[in-house]
Ligand binder design. Structure first.
Ligand code: ZN
Ligand code: ZN
Length: 437
C-alpha cells in the first residue's frame, strides 16, 4: 500500500502544482481558490521566506538564492524542459522493457510511433522560429498580418526594447528578449514563447502527450490485466470464506467504503503484479493524463473564442470594467476604415479611380502607412471602447481615439457580447489560421 500512496501523492502533487502554475494566472480563476494558491505560491510564500531570512540571517540566504531565483524566473533556461523530457524518458525506460514481451505486434508498433512524438514536438516548439520572433528584418511583414482592433491593440505603440512599432497581437517577452508575433504565452516547458509560427506545434505537443499518457495507462492495464484479475478473484474468494465472520465486508458500513476497499485492494494487487516499472508508471500516466488534456481543452476554448492567452487577460480587464459601468462603446468613422473608404482612397486604388486634377486625399486622421499598413486579415474593427473614470459618457477624447471615433456615437455598454472581436473568424477559421502559420 505504501508504494501506491507514494505514486498517488507524487502524481497528485505534480498535477496540482502544474495546474496552479499554468492556470492560476488565467482570468477565469482570478477570484477563485486556484487564483489565490497561485498568488500564494508565486508572491506570498517567497516574500514571507524573504522576510524570515532578513530576520534570521540578515538576508544572507535570499541574497545568495536571489541570483538563482532571478535566473530561473527571468532568463531562458531549460530546467523545466529537462524535467519534463527526463520524466518521460525515465518512465518509458522503466515501462517499455517491463511490458514489451507481453505486447502483441500491433501494440509494439504503436509504442514505436507514439513515444517519439512529444520529443519531436517539444523540439519544434523550442527551436528558434523566424516567424515567432519579430526582428528588424521581418518587422514590415509582421505588421501586415493583423489589423489594430483599437480595443486591445492600438497603432503607434513602440516597444521600448526593440525600438519598433508593436504589430497588432504581439507582445514583448522579457525572457526571450524579443517581441513575439501573435503572442500566446511564454512556456517554461518548452523554454520558448508560444506564438505565430510555433503555436501549432504546441497544440501537437499537448495532443501527443495526452495520447501517450492515456495509451501508457491502457497498456499497463492491457499487459497486467489478466494476471491481476486472477489474483483478485483469488483474494475475493479468500475474503468471502475466511474464518473470521466478525470482519466480513458486509459489517463495514457504507457501500462506498466497501467499494473503496475493493478498489484499493485491486490497485495494490496491480502494483504487486507489475511492480513500479509497469504498474507504477501506468498509474502515474493515468493520474497525470488529465493535465495535457485540460491544457489542450483550454487552448481549444481560446481558439473557439478567437483570442490568445495574452489577449484573454486583456479581455478580462474589459469585462471587469464593463461590470462597473464605466465602459462606453463607440463607432469608428467609416473614412478611417480601409474596407469602408471610398474607391480611390484605399492603398493601391489611387492610380485608377482618382484623376490627378481632383485627387481624393487620404483622411488626415488615418495613421501613416508605416504605423498601420494594410493587412491581409479579412476583418476590420468597427468598434472602439473607452473607459471613463467618473462613469459618465466621455466628453473629451484623447487624440488617438478622437481621430478614428465618432464622438457622438458613444453609449454605455453592459455586455462584452456587444463588442466585436475582429480576431475571431469562427472556430474552424481560427484553427486553420493557427495550423497554417
Ligand atoms: Zn519588443
Ligand atoms: Zn518568451
Amino acid at each position: 500500500m505504501t508504494i501506491v500512496r507514494t505514486i498517488v501523492t507524487f502524481a497528485v502533487t505534480v498535477s496540482v502544482l502544474t495546474f496552479i502554475a499554468f492556470f492560476g494566472r488565467t482570468p477565469a480563476f482570478r477570484n477563485t481558490p486556484i487564483g489565490f494558491c497561485h498568488r500564494l505560491l508565486v508572491h506570498r510564500i517567497p516574500s514571507a521566506l524573504r522576510t524570515l531570512d532578513v530576520l534570521l540571517t540578515n538576508g544572507r540566504i535570499t541574497s545568495g538564492g536571489a541570483r538563482l531565483g532571478h535566473y530561473l524566473m527571468n532568463e531562458k533556461h531549460p530546467v523545466v524542459m529537462v524535467f519534463f523530457l527526463g520524466l518521460i524518458t525515465a518512465s518509458a525506460g522503466l515501462f517499455v522493457p517491463a511490458v514489451w514481451s507481453l505486447l502483441p505486434l500491433r501494440h509494439k508498433l504503436l509504442v514505436i510511433v507514439l513515444l517519439p512524438q512529444p520529443y519531436y514536438f517539444t523540439y519544434l516548439c523550442a527551436k528558434r522560429n523566424p516567424e515567432t520572433l519579430i526582428t528588424e528584418l521581418n518587422h514590415a511583414a509582421q505588421m501586415r498580418h493583423y489589423p489594430y482592433d483599437r480595443i486591445l491593440f492600438y497603432p503607434g505603440n513602440a516597444c521600448r526594447t526593440c525600438k519598433f512599432n508593436k504589430p497588432a497581437r504581439s507582445k514583448h517577452c522579457s525572457i526571450c528578449k524579443s517581441c513575439v508575433a501573435r503572442a500566446d504565452h511564454h512556456c517554461v516547458w518548452v523554454n520558448n514563447c508560444v506564438g505565430r509560427g510555433n503555436h501549432k506545434w504546441f497544440l501537437a505537443l499537448l495532443l501527443s502527450t495526452a495520447i501517450l499518457l492515456a495509451y501508457g495507462a491502457y497498456l499497463a492495464y492491457f499487459a497486467l490485466g489478466p494476471r491481476v484479475e486472477k489474483q483478485y478473484a483469488r483474494y475475493e474468494h479468500w475474503y468471502k470464506f475466511r474464518p473470521s465472520p466478525g470482519s466480513n465486508p458486509s459489517s463495514w458500513g457504507t457501500h462506498g467504503e466497501k467499494k473503496l476497499h475493493y478498489f484499493l485492494t485491486y490497485v495494490s494487487i496491480y502494483i504487486d503484479e507489475g511492480g513500479v516499472s509497469a504498474a507504477g508508471v501506468g498509474l502515474l500516466a493515468l493520474l497525470t493524463w488529465p493535465l495535457p488534456l485540460g491544457l489542450l481543452g483550454y487552448q481549444l476554448y481560446l481558439v473557439y473564442a478567437g483570442m490568445t492567452t495574452n489577449e484573454s487577460s486583456k479581455w478580462a480587464d474589459w469585462v471587469d470594467e464593463i461590470a462597473e459601468g464605466s465602459v462606453f462603446l463607440g463607432k469608428r468613422k467609416p473614412e478611417t476604415m480601409r474596407d469602408y473608404r471610398p474607391k480611390g482612397v484605399g492603398p493601391g486604388d489611387t492610380a485608377h479611380s482618382s484623376s490627378p486634377s481632383n485627387p481624393i486625399p487620404t483622411p488626415p486622421e488615418t495613421p501613416p502607412e508605416d504605423e498601420e499598413p494594410p493587412t491581409t486579415w479579412p476583418a476590420e474593427s468597427r468598434h472602439i471602447l473607452v473607459r471613463t473614470t467618473n462613469g459618465q459618457a466621455p466628453t473629451s477624447l484623447p487624440p488617438r481615439i478622437k481621430a478614428v471615433a465618432d464622438k457622438d456615437s458613444f453609449e454605455r455598454t453592459w455586455d462584452l457580447a456587444d463588442v466585436e472581436n475582429v480576431y475571431d473568424l469562427g472556430f474552424w477559421d481560427n484553427l486553420l489560421e493557427i495550423l497554417a502559420h
